[in-house]
Write a protein that binds this ligand. Structure first.
Ligand code: CTP
Length: 397
């Protein structure tokens, strides 16, 4: 098997020396490593160290008279399967998010079409400066993966966020990048997540225990796979990665409107939200006061968003969810057919390791023809598997 090509871009920060350890560790794995450096980085670490550790020449100068290749930056960009800036300084981050290409490293980065990871490390005030934060937000929007620095005692004697994460953690991020090929590049993924809240009066609502974790986990996996992701989210405390569009909604009706606006352009639709089937017919203008009588609330039906999308689908691959407390397989299969889903993820609320609030799930993958029972897995792993199953279905169409 040919080795994957990882291009490490070393910038001029104190933690440049940690990039040596990274190159050493990666070289022992199934990667071929090349290193490019900024001129400033060579003041912290001599290129010879990286040459020795990577067994490849190190590129610094765009106009190196000794270099036989007149377009090194393009050659390197073609060669790379993944480019990682370690450490990424405030200055280089600012350049690469604005398309500046005034040296070999930034020109190569601009020419790269592969997966891009940046690992910022700098003084905490430089990191927290709004300018740097805006640049990192732009980096995420551009699809670069930002592996955030950690809090610690910094070389400048300040304590705060800005320290390069553990080198082994950076290795994991790179491994992960190859475990998640950009299978959804150019695709739009629409997800509903979380509960809905159906107001009763200005202080009360009817809702459920959904945390939104599964829907958000699918969103993160789709984003990692290169998709343009929109999550229509009921109220939750979760935060999505900055490159993911989140449309916050409260009620089923609002969720329905947001989905109607977005489903036509989507390629993959995953309805993980726990939508209230009914809402109070009347929302009291003022707080409902206690009386001596019992209270009866008349409920009316909410639209079934998944059924609507199933009915109106053209090219989209649709995944529904079904949470059951009995007869999982039969109920899930019936729902899959009734709502015209391509797949449906069924789980039983009473199974250990399944359900709303936890980080794991135990599910069955149901199609209109088949049922597969999957073992307990994290919601993140399940997110990937659901998307892979949907990609397979799309391929067969
Ligand atoms: N769903 C939806 N709109 C609704 C109700 C459900 O889009 N008004 C979606 C959910 O997001 C989920 C699937 O339909 O993907 C199944 O939800 P579930 O509540 O299990 O099914 P229901 O059709 O509501 O059936 P029941 O509650 O009777 O089991």
């Amino acid at each position: 098997m040919t080795k994957k090509h990882v291009l490490i871009g070393v910038c001029g920060g104190v933690s440049a020396y940690k990039a040596c350890d990274l190159v050493s560790k990666l070289s022992k794995l199934d990667y071929e490593i090349k290193v490019m450096m900024t001129e400033n980085a060579t003041k912290f670490v001599p290129p010879l160290i990286f040459e020795s550790l990577s067994h490849n020449s190190v590129e610094v100068d765009l106009f190196d008279p000794n270099n036989q290749d007149p377009i090194t930056h393009i050659t390197l960009a073609h060669w790379a399967d993944c480019v990682v800036l370690v450490p990424a300084t405030a200055n280089v981050i600012a350049k690469v998010v604005h398309g500046l290409a005034d040296d070999l490293l930034t020109s190569t980065f601009l020419a790269c079409t592969c997966k891009k990871i940046i690992c910022p490390a700098m003084n905490t005030h430089m990191y927290e400066n709004q300018v740097t934060q805006d640049n990192l937000a732009r980096a995420r929007q551009l699809g670069y993966q930002v592996f955030e620095p950690v809090v610690g005692h910094l070389a400048c004697d300040d304590t705060g966020k800005g320290k390069l994460p553990d080198v082994q953690d950076i290795v994991e991020v790179i491994n992960q990048a190859f475990a998640m090929p950009l299978m959804l590049k150019g695709k739009k993924v629409l997800i509903t997540a979380g509960p809905t809240q159906e107001p009763l009066d200005p202080v009360r609502f009817l809702s459920n225990h959904s945390s939104g974790k599964q829907g958000y986990a699918i969103g993160e996996a789709a984003y990692q796979m290169g998709a343009q992701v929109t999550i229509v989210s009921g109220p939750t405390s979760l935060k999505a990665s900055q490159g993911i569009q989140v449309i916050p909604v409260q009620t089923a009706q609002e969720m329905f409107e947001a989905v109607k606006e977005n489903y036509q352009s989507a390629d993959f639709i995953i309805m993980a939200a726990a939508v209230a089937d009914y809402r109070p017919e009347v929302v009291a203008e003022n707080k409902i006061k206690k009386s001596d009588e019992n209270l009866t609330i008349h409920m009316v039906k909410n639209p079934d968003i998944l059924a609507y999308v199933g009915e109106h689908k053209t090219h989209q691959i649709i995944c529904g969810f079904a949470m059951e407390t009995q007869d999982l397989d039969e109920n899930a299969k019936a729902k899959c057919i009734k709502k015209n889903c391509d797949i449906l993820i069924g789980n039983n609320l009473f199974t250990k390791g399944a359900g709303f609030q936890g980080d794991t799930n135990v599910v069955s993958l149901v199609t209109q023809e088949s049922i597969q029972h999957w073992p307990k897995q994290t919601k993140a792993e399940l997110g990937k598997k659901i998307l892979q199953a949907m990609i397979e279905i799309e391929k067969r169409q």
